[in-house]
Design a protein around this ligand. Structure first.
Ligand code: ANZ
Ligand code: ZN
Length: 804
């Protein structure tokens, strides 16, 4: 009668494996459900109970959907390229493929222990040539569409990892991986034109069932800004300075201009007298990170170039400065400065004694000439535009500029094109060949994959070239077009490449003719439920959406968004801090499984708190859950052989439990779903002496199965079933049992309670009043008096108002 979790869990895990219980049946005819975990990077540290929380949530959900009658695709794989394996290779000399394989084996063993229903036949590994062949293929497709291109540009450069970084990998000016401050470096880079998809990536957010916070973060990352481009002539040059402004209405207040230090015109227009100062300033600015340069309240620095621009409407001469608060990567890399109405310009003008001209005045005239004012109002000192509101002014100014050919309406995005090259070893080789005759030639699909060759040294060369550049046999190749001698590209793709489309591979993971069949992906996608950490709110999710849209445009798929519903689980903390191996505050799942069982661990991972919130690990809580499962086991097993006949009190409890479980599951309050079981069990234990009926016992076995699948199977078998509990149907409830059939109400006479009365919950007013009057203790108070009013509040009271 004791709950032997070890025996039960081993038995069922073995059974599942033998029967192939977790294989997706493509021909079941059931409606599909695609429940996906963000696949892990197989690190050497393995998984701790914090990682298991997300996997538990998705597994419980997948099993719930299975019993509800869906054919569920719940796959798992490995995001296996990336810097940690390579850094370990440099340190320990172990080939990344070897360490990665070892880590994967460990992760897999751990995930199997959780009792997850992954279909391991669909396992994918982004570092495997059978997979990265298709990542390379998709790159070639993008190249053919003009979406992959090469550009010399200043990139973020991590001096420690010795590699270029995407903007996304720079956090607060430092390398996301190693924390070193990032610098800039001019290099030829492969880029992906994600900006061409900016509007679609922004607009389509609306259709997604995602946490608002994530949608807002993506929108902010895309950073759409409406404004105008205005062209200023430079005195004495043919060239024009083009600025981006969101406030064309303030054009009359532009008293100077600022170019980013990297702006290509700086070199040309700087006068002889100013040259030395300018050169020095540029050198300093290039060393600073974008974040350091953008801090609002830092002291403004800058240098006058000696050159002047001509105001496009007034013809006035305005000085051109350079300053590092203007970034080359945003807008046009140049601004018209309006110190009266822009805080940064205001600080700068004060620091350098530049004129401040007010052109917007608040309606109440509360701001004086020369003060900073960023609010709404009407235009002043603005020639023909005086008296217009800011909004009217924007439109009118742009219209006039456009007529004169010196400006236009435009939209700018904060998002940049994606730097898609890394000068590292452990990634997908970029499938491009350079030929003196034919130029840049993509490797045709028959010649893919371009395999990653073995190297002896993994260290980046530090010259900006990847270690692949040192492998002669890799670099020297023949041109796919003319057969002449050619050189291979030696950069590899960023870590994000493989994860940008892996969700499309699971429906058809072994296809060797194409990345996936259109039919298979159209059947399974969009993903119905995507579960993972909020740390992927921007990058991975944005890249995956971008790839999906490109594939839609290529005609490879029929949908434009990959993940219909997104759920971000909270972290598990220990002593208030996020669990992590490096902090040494991890709880090892294997130990817990051994001592309490994986079912207890699974149920506790849910019970810890609302799934979207962080929760503190507490071993006492876990023990409580384990004891609870023991009680469930004993209750079912002790009645399994001789269930009692059904009776209303049991039916009522059962339907009420099913109703509350349903409500809590559908609103994804999984922690309270676990409490529903606990409440139910407590109520049943009060009934147990009179026996428990079969419907109750079966309900427990089926409904607990998604949470504690091994126990669910065991109980189901004990109840005499031969097929798996996951082939059972989810029990439904009948509303009629949810009503409280009898209630106790108060009977008042002139507002004072004189008696309590039990009546039918749905009794009507005449019935309730009649019962109240008939109550002996009430009758006493009514004797000889006239009832002037009868009030009935169903479920609560009857009040009789009397006179005399
Ligand atoms: C004149 C002006 C007047 C501006 C005014 C603002 C207020 P968002 O909203 O973020 O798009 N700007 C443009 N390009 C820049 C760059 N490369 N580096 C730094 N600042 C830049 O901001 C757009 C505003 O930021 C632009 O509008 C420009 O300043 C500045 F009362 O132009 B504004
Ligand atoms: Zn050629």
């Amino acid at each position: 009668m004791n709950y032997n979790h070890r025996e039960i869990e081993q038995k069922w895990r073995k059974r599942w494996q033998q029967t192939g219980a977790h294989h997706v049946n493509e021909n079941s005819g059931k409606p599909k459900y695609y429940c996906l975990d963000m696949f892990p990077y197989p690190s050497g540290n393995g998984l701790h109970v914090g990682h298991w929380r997300g996997y538990t949530i998705s597994d419980v959900w997948s099993r719930y959907k299975t019993i509800q009658g869906y054919e569920v695709l719940h796959p798992m794989g490995w995001d296996a390229f990336g810097l940690p394996a390579e850094n370990a290779a440099i340190k320990l000399g172990i080939h990344p493929a070897v360490s990665t394989a070892k880590n994967i084996a460990n992760f897999k063993k751990q995930l199997q222990e959780i009792g997850a229903m992954y279909d391991w036949d669909r396992e994918i590994n982004t570092s495997h040539p059978d997979y990265y062949k298709w990542t390379q293929f998709l790159f070639v497709k993008m190249f053919e569409r003009g979406l992959a291109y090469r550009k010399k540009m200043p990139i973020n450069w991590c001096p420690s990892c010795k590699t270029g970084l995407a903007n996304e990998e720079v956090v607060d000016g430092c390398c996301e991986r190693c924390g070193t401050e990032v610098t800039k470096r001019e290099m030829d880079q492969w880029m992906l034109k994600i900006t061409a998809y900016a509007d679609r990536l922004l607009n389509d957010l609306e259709s997604l069932d995602w946490p608002d916070k994530v949608k807002r973060m993506q929108a902010a990352w895309i950073g759409r800004s409406e404004g105008a481009r205005i062209f200023f002539e430079v005195k004495g040059f043919e060239d024009k300075v083009e600025v981006f402004t969101t406030r064309p209405d303030t054009l009359y207040g532009a008293t100077y201009m600022v170019l980013a230090p990297e702006h290509p015109l700086v070199e040309k227009i700087t006068t002889q007298e100013q040259r030395e100062q300018v050169d020095q300033y540029v050198t300093e600015a290039l060393k600073k990170s974008a974040v350091a340069r953008q801090i609002i309240d830092k002291t403004k620095t800058g240098v006058f170039t000696g050159a002047y621009a001509i105001h496009p409407l007034t013809g006035q001469k305005i000085p051109i400065w350079i300053a590092d608060y203007v970034l080359m990567e945003y807008g046009t890399g140049a601004i018209m400065a309006v110190p009266a109405h822009d805080e940064r310009d205001f600080e700068f003008a004060k620091a350098f004694g530049l004129p401040i001209v007010t052109v917007v005045a608040p309606e109440d005239g509360s701001v004086a000439e020369g003060e900073l004012y960023v609010g709404p109002g009407r235009l002043v000192n603005s020639g023909p535009f005086n008296g217009l509101s800011v909004e009217e002014g924007k439109e009118a100014v742009v219209k006039l500029l456009a007529e004169r050919g010196v400006g236009e309406q435009t939209v700018t995005y904060r998002m940049r094109d994606w730097v898609f090259a890394r000068q590292r070893y452990w990634g997908e080789p970029i499938p491009i060949v350079y030929c003196d005759q034919c130029g840049t030639v993509p490797v045709p699909v028959e010649q893919l994959p371009v395999r990653l060759p073995d190297v002896e040294r993994y260290e980046p060369t530090g010259t900006g070239e990847s270690p692949l550049a040192a492998i002669e046999s890799f670099v020297h190749t023949t041109c796919p077009k003319c057969g002449g001698p050619a050189r291979r590209e030696t950069d590899t793709m960023p870590q994000w490449a493989g994860s940008s489309w892996y969700f499309l591979r699971y429906p058809d993971p072994k296809n060797d003719k194409e990345p996936f069949s259109k039919e298979a992906v159209n059947k399974w996608l969009p993903v119905d439920m995507y579960i993972g950490g909020v740390e992927h709110a921007v990058l991975h999710l944005l890249y995956a959406r971008f790839f999906t849209k490109v594939m839609y445009d290529l005609g490879l798929i029929d949908f434009q968004e990959p993940f219909q519903h997104l759920f971000n689980q909270g972290m598990v903390t220990l002593n208030g801090a996020k669990m992590s191996k490096s902090k040494g505050n991890v709880v090892n799942p294997e130990d817990i499984v051994e001592q309490f069982g994986t079912d207890a661990l699974r149920m506790y991972e849910l019970f810890m708190g609302p799934p979207e919130e962080d929760a503190e690990w507490n071993t006492n809580g876990l023990e409580g859950v384990a004891r609870f499962l023991g009680r469930v086991y004993r209750l079912v097993v002790s009645h399994a052989d001789a269930p009692s006949p059904s009776r209303p009190s049991l039916e009522k409890l059962r339907h009420r439990f099913l109703a509350s479980l349903h409500e809590r599951m559908e609103s994804f309050r999984l922690n309270t779903a676990v409490s529903a079981f606990m409440e139910y069990l407590n109520a049943l234990q009060a009934e147990a002496a009179s026996g428990i009926d079969r419907a109750t016992l079966e309900t427990i076995a089926v409904t607990i199965a998604p949470f504690a699948p091994h126990l669910g199977e065991e109980l189901w078998e004990r109840l005499g079933h031969r097929e798996s509990v996951f082939q059972a149907t989810w029990p439904t409830y009948d509303e009629k049992w949810l009503k409280d059939d009898e209630v106790e109400i108060a009977v008042q006479v002139n507002g004072r309670v004189r008696a309590k009365l039990v009546i039918a919950a749905d009794a009507d007013a005449p019935t309730a009043v009649q019962a109240a009057k008939a109550h002996p203790e009430v009758a006493e108070w009514l004797d000889g008096k006239e009832i002037v009013k009868e009030i009935y509040v169903p479920g609560r009271l009857v009040n009789l108002v009397v006179k005399g």
